[in-house]
Each structure stands twice: as C-alpha cells, then as structure tokens.
Design a protein around this ligand. Structure first.
Ligand SMILES: NC(=O)c1ccc[n+]([C@@H]2O[C@H](COP(=O)([O-])OP(=O)(O)OC[C@H]3O[C@@H](n4cnc5c(N)ncnc54)[C@H](OP(=O)(O)O)[C@@H]3O)[C@@H](O)[C@H]2O)c1
Length: 417
C-alpha cells in the first residue's frame, strides 16, 4: 500500500497567444475551461459550464478559450506571446496530426515543417488535409536546415515526430538543435526514461513537472491508455500483484513506412496479436509509470493486437487487488480522481469505451469494474492513438509548458462516423 500521489499545481499562467484573424477564420471552437486546481494539483471539478458559442471570424483571439481560461492566459502586463514551432518528421502520421492541431490552436504558430523526402515541395502536398487558403503554410525544409533556421530565430519550440532512435541520433550529430530551442517535445520513446533531462509528459499524473519543464518526452499511445486505466488504482495503493494489459491498436500506430504486416491485404478482415509477453518496448514504460504512481514496482505483461482500423486504441488492464472492492467502490474512486480532468471521461456503469467515439479527440474514455468477488480490477480505456496518444497530448504538454490553459485549442469531442 502506498500514499496517494498528489502532484503539485502548475505555475501561474503567464501568457496568452493571440495570432491574427487568419487563425480565427478556421472557426476554432472554444474549449471547456479547466476550472482550477484542488490542493495537490488536481484539477477541481469542471465548473466551466457550457462552452461558449462558435466564434465569429472577427472575434478577438482572447475569446477563443472559455472566459475563465482566457482570463487566466492573459499576463498581468498584457503582454502577448506565442510559440513558434518547428515540426521534425512532419510527413509522418504524428507530424501531420500535430500540424493539423497546431493550426487550429491560437497560441501555436507553425513556422518550420521538416521532411527529408518532401523538402522543397509545397507544404500543401505534405499535408493534404489542410486548407492552404486559411493558413499560409511554411515551406518544407530538409532537417539539415533546422540549425540555421534556429539561429535566425525562425522557431523557438521543436516538436520531434521521428521514429525511435532518430531524434537521439540527430541530437548527438547536431548538439545545438537539442540545446538551443526554448522547448522540445519528443514523441518518440528516446527519452521516456528521463534521460537527457526530459520530463515524462503524462499531464494527468505529472502536470506540475511538465509545467516547469523545457524538455518533455511524450508518452507512447499504449502506455497513455494503460496509465490512465490504472492510475487511480496505483495512487490508492490497491494493486496487489502483476498487471495484465491487452490492447487493440489501429494501424497508424505503426507509422507511415510501408510494411507487409500493415498492408491492406494482410490486415483486412482480421486482427492479430504480436509480441505478446514482456518483449514489447512499452512494457518498461508502463512499469515505470505505475511504479511512480504506486510508489513500488508493478510487473506488467502485455498482449498488443493489430486491428483493421486506421486509428484507435482499445485497452483492458486486469489487476489483482490487495483487498476486495466492489464495482461501485472502484467506480466512485475513479470518478472522483478524474472529476476535473478535461480529457479523461469516466463512463457510467454499464457503458464501455469505444474507439470510434474518441476518434480525432484528445479524450480518453474509461470504464472500470471488479470481478472474482472483488479481488480483480478490470479497467478499460479507449483513445485515439494519434491525438491523446501522440499529437494532442503533445499540444496539452505545450499548453502546460507555456503556462496556458491545459485544454486550450484541443478537441474534446470525437467523430464516431
Ligand atoms: N503513430 C502513432 O500512433 C504514435 C503514437 C505515439 C507515439 N508515436 C511515436 O511518434 C514517432 C513518430 O511516429 P509516426 O507514426 O508519426 O512515424 P512515421 O509515420 O513513420 O513518421 C516519421 C517521419 O520521420 C521522418 N524520418 C524517418 N527517419 C528519419 C531520420 N532518420 N531522420 C529524420 N527524419 C526521419 C520521416 O519523414 P521523411 O522521410 O519525410 O523525412 C517520417 O515520415 C515515433 O517515435 C512513434 O513511436 C507514434
């Protein structure tokens, strides 16, 4: 048993980041306000009330967030600030998703898109889903140009969307690129162990550390779902033995590089397990998070599965409990823990998470129960691997790092059809 984890609160908000009316033309919907923080840094229950109506194109940018959140984002001296972002690996799935979310965010300005394959080509070709009539996209540059652009002040924030190992290798080759940006968020697993001074970017667990960090390692998609599914149990000291995690993933989780295993013919009409046991790289990441939350080591075994869908993670965590608990007891504790979290929704008893209802949102849906006479917890989760599992969580982390409302500019609603 261990004491509940009580992360500290964030630093006071220090900036707002209106850009021009250009961004407003995209019709960004206002977000639900983060209502405030209970002692211990957890968000107080959402007192935000209904979201404001959609914005007119000419509305001032400070109205983009719900009034309370917007007020919190204005510095007392009235100074305005925004982050100028370079995306490394912008042609990949997470890079493209980050670009889409950043363009809809009033505080983030995409100034550099980098890709080896598409360097010199129009950005609209790289990001075919975006409407270049609304945003003037920067030219696509080769990663080799980034140090020079950094020196010229073209960007102050680097978002790395490279395959595992590639950012670490590039940083060793070009140390200035790793040293000079004011902020770096790395979506790969290169620094999720805390190496290089990176803070693990799971806001619901470690938001105070993230708010003070200049380097954040964004969690993996499976580990995000697993940690959120087990976090309250770990914090309460309920975990009485090894955890079994089983999860379905959409194929975009494997990245954009073509491979036989992820080709249409190999996948269509079926689902498959892969790397079952303890060999998947995400096992160590899940164990690290759980150990921090529980205050003692928790063993994890993992059964990942590839499903014939583009996006989504559907996860079940099964845990032996130290003492028996009823379904109502665990449901009440989970509901209380996540009451003020803008991106974690506890479903009502009898409802279970579905990937399609969280698609394109930064939300993770959860439902829990107990079985075996209350001795086993079954926690289920669904999220979009490219949003809450990657690019959306990166924006959530940037909001914290910049002292902005944590949910600023992020979609909470999914698109099931
Ligand atoms: N996909 C997900 O659901 C997900 C979720 C959470 C975390 N992540 C992590 O996020 C990272 C990116 O994932 P992804 O799915 O976006 O991968 P991806 O679709 O394969 O894209 C990665 C991009 O990086 C560029 N790249 C590859 N090797 C490079 C190198 N050595 N140097 C510079 N650029 C290189 C490639 O673009 P160019 O060839 O055009 O340069 C490629 O398009 C990975 O570490 C992944 O594990 C992914």
């Amino acid at each position: 048993m261990s004491a509940p984890h009580t992360p500290g609160g964030p630093r006071p908000s220090e900036a707002t980041a209106p850009t021009g009316t250009e961004r407003l033309a995209s019709g960004v919907a206002p977000t639900i306000a983060v209502a405030g923080r209970a002692p211990g840094g957890r968000l107080a229950p959402a007192a935000a009330g209904p979201a404001a109506p959609p914005l007119a194109a000419s509305a001032p940018a400070t109205t983009l967030a719900e009034p309370q959140a917007a007020a919190a984002a204005v510095r007392p001296d009235g100074a305005r600030r925004h982050a100028r972002i370079a995306v490394l690996g912008a042609s990949g799935y997470t890079g493209q998703e980050f670009a889409r979310l950043a363009l809809a965010h009033p505080g983030l300005e995409l100034t550099v898109l980098s890709s080896r394959e598409h360097a010199g080509r129009p950005a609209a070709e790289l990001l075919p889903g975006l409407d270049p009539r609304i945003h003037t996209l920067p030219a696509v540059t080769d990663p080799a140009a980034l140090p020079g652009l950094l020196e010229q002040g073209a960007f102050d924030t680097l978002v790395c969307c490279l395959p595992h190992g590639a950012w670490r290798a590039l940083a060793a080759e070009v140390p200035a690129l790793a040293r000079l940006p004011q902020r770096i968020v790395d979506l790969s697993s290169d620094h999720r162990d805390g190496s290089g001074g990176y803070v693990y970017g799971l806001p619901e667990a470690f938001r105070a550390e993230i708010a003070d960090a200049a380097r954040v390692a964004n969690p993996g998609c499976y580990p995000t779902a697993a940690a959120l599914a087990m976090l309250p149990a770990a914090e309460h000291g309920w975990i009485g033995g090894p955890a079994m995690v089983s999860a379905l993933s959409g194929v975009s989780g494997a990245g954009r590089s073509p491979a036989l295993r992820t080709s249409f013919v190999e996948l269509d009409g079926g689902a498959a397990f892969y790397r079952v046991g303890v060999e998947h790289a995400h096992v160590a990441e899940m164990e690290r998070s759980l150990a921090r939350l529980a205050g003692s080591a928790v063993e994890v075994a993992f059964a990942p599965q590839l499903a014939p869908m583009a996006r989504g993670i559907l996860l079940t965590a099964t845990l032996p409990l130290a003492s028996a608990l009823t379904p109502l007891e665990v449901q009440a504790a989970y509901r209380e823990r996540y009451a003020g979290e803008p991106f974690v929704r506890m479903l009502d008893p009898g409802q279970w998470p579905e990937t399609r209802v969280v698609r394109a949102s930064n939300r993770c849906d959860l439902a829990v129960t107990t079985v075996h006479g209350g001795r086993t917890l079954v926690a289920t989760a669904a999220l979009d691997n490219l949003v809450k599992g990657a690019a959306g969580q990166a924006v959530q982390n940037l909001n914290l790092m910049l002292g902005w409302p944590e949910n600023w500019g992020l979609p909470a609603h999914g698109t099931p059809w």
